[in-house]
Design a protein around this ligand. Structure first.
Ligand code: PMP
Ligand code: GLU
Length: 396
C-alpha cells in the first residue's frame, strides 16, 4: 500500500543511525551479543542536579501547555548561556525552544526553504540534514571533503559550490560524524565568502559545543563580524548533559527567523515538554564545569579508540577534536573478500562488522561520505576494547 503514501515520505530515507540502533536492539533481544557503537548517545545518566529540577517541576504542577517558544525563564537561561559561553547577545524574541535540536533544524528548513532552494552541506554531514532539506523541497548540495583535509570545507570549495539558488549552508562543529572542529580562523575564512552573498544564511549546529578537546575551545560562526544577522545557531542538551530522551533543543537567530519558527512550531507541536524545559533551566544555568567529568571520559575513550584502531589494518583515521565519533576511511577493504563475503563499499563493510564481529557501526553513506564508517565511542572502555578486538579478528 506504500503507493498510497505521499511522495514526500516515500522519497525520504529512514534515519540510518536510528535504524542501526533499532537493528542492534532487535539482535540483542534475539540473544545476540552485539556491541552497539552506532548511536550517538552518551552512556552516562543525566546529572542529579538536573533530575532534581524535573522532580520539583512535577511536584509544582507544571502540567499545562508552555508558551510555544519556551518558558520565559528558560529563554533567559539560554540568553545567559549564549552570552557566557559564546559572547552572543540575544533577546527573548530571538530564542525558540524545541523538541530537540532535530526539530529546531526542521523548523528552520520549513521557514526558510522554497522549492529548488539549494543548501550546501559539507560532507560528511549529520545524517538527517539531507532528508530534512528535501522534506521542505530544498536541494542538498554536497561538498565532499575527505580525511586529507580533516573533513573540513575550505573557503574555495564553498565559493565553488555557491550558485544563484544557494539559500543556506548547514554544518556542525564539532562535527558529527567526523569530530572535526572549525577554528576561529577557519570560520572567518568561510565567512569572508558568505559575506559576498547577502542572501545566504548559515545554520551552525553546535550541539557538541562542550565536547571539544582543543585548547582553544569552541567558536561560533555568529561571532564573526557580519555573521550574526545571517546565522541560526542551533544547540541542545542531548549530548553534553546526557539528556537525549528529554528532547530539548533551541536556536538563537535573527528575530524574523525565530518568529517564523515559533509560528511553524505553533501549528505542529506547540511548546516542548514542560517538565524537561524546567530541568534544562538548571542544566544551562550551571557552570559547564559540572559536566566536565563526562567530557574528560570521552577524551580518554577517543584516545583509546585511536590507539586500538591503529593496530587494525586498513583503518585510516583523523584525530577527531570533538564530539564522540571516529570516522575511519575503510576503502582498503573495498573489493576484498573476507570470510567469503565480498566488500564493495562502506555499507557492505558496516554490515560485515555487524554480522561477523557483532559490532554495530554506521555506514558513511548515511553521512554523504561513502569511503568511511562511523564508530561512536559513547560506550564504556570495556565495550570499546572488546569491540575493536572483535573488529580486528573479523578483518584478519
Ligand atoms: N545535530 C547533530 C549534529 C546531532 O548529532 C544530533 C543528535 N541527535 C542532533 C542534531 C539532534 O539532537 P537532538 O537530540 O537535540 O534532537
Ligand atoms: N545524533 C545521534 C546520532 O547521530 C542520535 C541519532 C539521531 O538522532 O539520529 O547517532
Amino acid at each position: 500500500m506504500n503507493h498510497l503514501l505521499s511522495d514526500r515520505i516515500n522519497n525520504m530515507s529512514t534515519s540510518a543511525t536510528l535504524a542501526m540502533a533499532a537493528k542492534t536492539r532487535e539482535l540483542k533481544t534475539q540473544g545476540k551479543d552485539i556491541i552497539g557503537l552506532s548511536l550517538g548517545e552518551p552512556d552516562f545518566n543525566t546529572p542529579d542536579f538536573i533530575k532534581e529540577a524535573a522532580i520539583q517541576a512535577i511536584n509544582d504542577n507544571y502540567n499545562s501547555y508552555s508558551p510555544v517558544d519556551g518558558y520565559a525563564d528558560l529563554k533567559d537561561a539560554i540568553i545567559t548561556k549564549f552570552k557566557r559561553d559564546n559572547h552572543l547577545t540575544y533577546t527573548p524574541n530571538q530564542i525558540v525552544v524545541s523538541t530537540g535540536a532535530k526539530q529546531s533544524l526542521a523548523n528552520v528548513a520549513g521557514v526558510m526553504l522554497n522549492e529548488g532552494d539549494e543548501v550546501i552541506l559539507p560532507c560528511p554531514y549529520w545524517v538527517s540534514y539531507s532528508d530534512i532539506v528535501k522534506l521542505y523541497d530544498g536541494v542538498p548540495v554536497e561538498v565532499p571533503t575527505g580525511i586529507e583535509t580533516n573533513f573540513k570545507m575550505t573557503p574555495q570549495q564553498l565559493e565553488a559550490a555557491i550558485t544563484p539558488k544557494t539559500k543556506m549552508i548547514w554544518f556542525s562543529s564539532p562535527c558529527n560524524p567526523s569530530g572535526s572542529v572549525y577554528s576561529k580562523e577557519e570560520l572567518e575564512g568561510l565567512a569572508e565568502v558568505i559575506k559576498k552573498h547577502p542572501n545566504i544564511f548559515v545554520v551552525s549546529d553546535e550541539i557538541y559545543e562542550l565536547i571539544n578537546y582543543t585548547k582553544n575551545g569552541h567558536y561560533s560562526i555568529a561571532q564573526v563580524d557580519g555573521m550574526y544577522d545571517r546565522t541560526v545557531t542551533v544547540n541542545g542538551v542531548s549530548k553534553a548533559f546526557a539528556m537525549t530522551g528529554w528532547r530539548i533543543g533551541y536556536i538563537g537567530a535573527p528575530e524574523w527567523i525565530a518568529r517564523a519558527c515559533n509560528k511553524m512550531q505553533g501549528q505542529i507541536t506547540s511548546g516542548a515538554n514542560c517538565i524537561a524545559q524546567r530541568a534544562v533551566i538548571n542544566a544551562l544555568n550551571a557552570s559547564p564545569s559540572k559536566v566536565q567529568y563526562m567530557i574528560d571520559e570521552f577524551k580518554v575513550r577517543r584516545d583509546l579508540v585511536l590507539d586500538l584502531l591503529n593496530e587494525v589494518p586498513g583503518f585510516k583515521t583523523n584525530v577527531p577534536d570533538g564530539a564522540f565519533y571516529v570516522f575511519p576511511d575503510v576503502t582498503y577493504y573495498f573489493g576484498k573478500t573476507l570470510r567469503g563475503k565480498t566488500i564493495n563499499n562502506a555499507t557492505d563493510f558496516s554490515l560485515y562488522l555487524l554480522e561477523e564481529a557483532l559490532v554495530a557501526t554506521v555506514t558513511g553513506d548515511a553521512f554523504g561520505d561513502s569511503n568511511c564508517i562511523r564508530i561512536s565511542y559513547a560506550a564504556s572502555q570495556e565495550e570499546i576494547k572488546e569491540a575493536i578486538k572483535r573488529i580486528k579478528d573479523a578483518v584478519s
